[in-house]
Design a protein around this ligand. Structure first.
Ligand code: BGC
Length: 363
């Protein structure tokens, strides 16, 4: 019994010493990792990969998930500040995060905006993500290729979905895709069924096709409404979906519709993130594509960036292109990684042979 108490005490002292007074008990610097949500699987993988990379580079690290609740994430960031972290990696839920960022900046804590740009803030200096517009371009291009729009003479029908209006990324994904698709719509080869924002700047229509909070259940509901509404008289050839959970929700709604179930095959549906369930859908030819944003590379690059910042050495983030993004209040130094198109043709090579998932997981 005594032994158990001593061990428990020792463990709790170790844990509480994690971020004591800016330095950990063992003198290591510490990194707080604030991820937005777990209803999209990638953030769990990203959180784990960030923590593992930070620890491998000699840092203490702690991950917190905001559960799509900005108040909760702000509390987690405040806790990191209280514990005295040296740097915080943040993928936020919405701009409600800005008060927490200001609090961190006032304490001299460096912040890296991770994957999603922290908008309307001037309290941080670095942003790292994948080339966001390219993600959309890959989605648009894969629709053009799958429907053979360059050679086909019949009109093809498409419905459009976008990500959360609270997430700056959603605008880039949509605009990247539409830059590719708009010429085919203008020439009449592709007809949009349902709302058609030509770009994300058409806020009213964008909000009609957006998926608040990236909630797949909302996308499913919208798809069901389309199928019994605007799209009732059409057989859709494609649906632009911004990410994998939304793509699968759309496929599920179509599969439950007798038109697609019996008389027509499923529309070409896009995605993003390389989620396991989607790679299985791609294997089964239910979903056409995903855009793979390898979290192993993003996490590694982020911690390399964090390391340069914390050591105050020249910043070198291998595998990225350096540019700048505008938060509306400031131009922020930005590092971009390259996303990869994944279809049935290359999923084994890109996702399995690279060790991201095992062959057993995709069996
Ligand atoms: C990310 C996507 C993700 C989406 C929903 C975006 O900010 O870039 O990878 O699917 O959020 O969580």
């Amino acid at each position: 019994m005594k032994k158990v108490i001593i061990v428990t005490l020792a463990v709790s002292i170790l844990i509480s010493g994690l971020f004591a007074n800016g330095q950990t008990d063992d003198g290591r610097k510490s990194i707080g990792i604030a991820m937005p949500e777990t209803h999209v699987a990638r953030w769990v993988t990203d959180g784990e990969a960030l923590k593992a990379n930070a620890e491998a580079m000699g840092y203490k690290a702690e991950v917190a998930f905001g559960d799509a609740d900005q108040t909760k994430q702000n509390k987690q960031i405040s806790d990191f500040i209280t514990k005295g972290v040296d740097l915080i990696v943040v993928a936020s839920i919405n701009t409600g995060v800005n008060t927490a960022l200001a609090e961190a900046a006032a304490e001299g804590i460096e912040i890296i905006s991770y994957d999603r740009l922290l908008m309307d803030s001037a309290d941080f200096n670095y942003y790292i993500t994948f080339n966001l517009k390219k993600v959309g371009e890959l989605q648009g291009k894969s629709i053009v290729d799958a429907l053979d729009l360059d050679n086909s003479s019949e009109v093809k029908y498409i419905s459009l979905f976008a990500g959360s209006p609270t997430d700056n990324n959603a605008y880039f994904f949509y605009d990247g895709a539409m830059e590719v698709l708009n010429p085919y719509i203008t020439s009449g080869k592709l007809e949009v069924v349902g709302p058609y924002p030509v770009t994300s700047a058409d806020k009213d229509n964008f909000n009609r096709i957006a998926t608040e909070g990236w909630r797949a259940e909302l996308a499913k509901e919208r798809m069901e409404n389309l199928l019994s509404g605007d799209a009732e008289e059409f057989v859709l050839d494609a649906v632009l979906a911004p990410n994998d959970p939304v793509g699968r929700a759309i496929i599920e709604a179509c599969s439950n519709d007798s038109k697609y179930d019996t008389t027509a095959k499923l529309p070409i549906v896009t995605g993003q993130d390389g989620e396991l369930a989607t790679v299985q859908y791609i294997r089964d030819e239910k979903q056409h594509m995903t855009v793979f944003k390898d979290s192993r590379l993003l996490a590694k690059a982020t911690i390399q960036l964090a390391d340069s910042i914390l050591r105050n050495t020249a910043i070198d983030v291998p595998g990225t292109v350096k540019t700048e993004f505008d938060t509306n209040l400031k131009m922020v130094e930005t590092y971009l990684l390259t996303p990869i198109l994944v279809t049935k043709e290359n999923y084994e090579e890109v996702i399995i042979e690279s060790g991201y998932y095992t062959a057993d997981q995709i069996k």
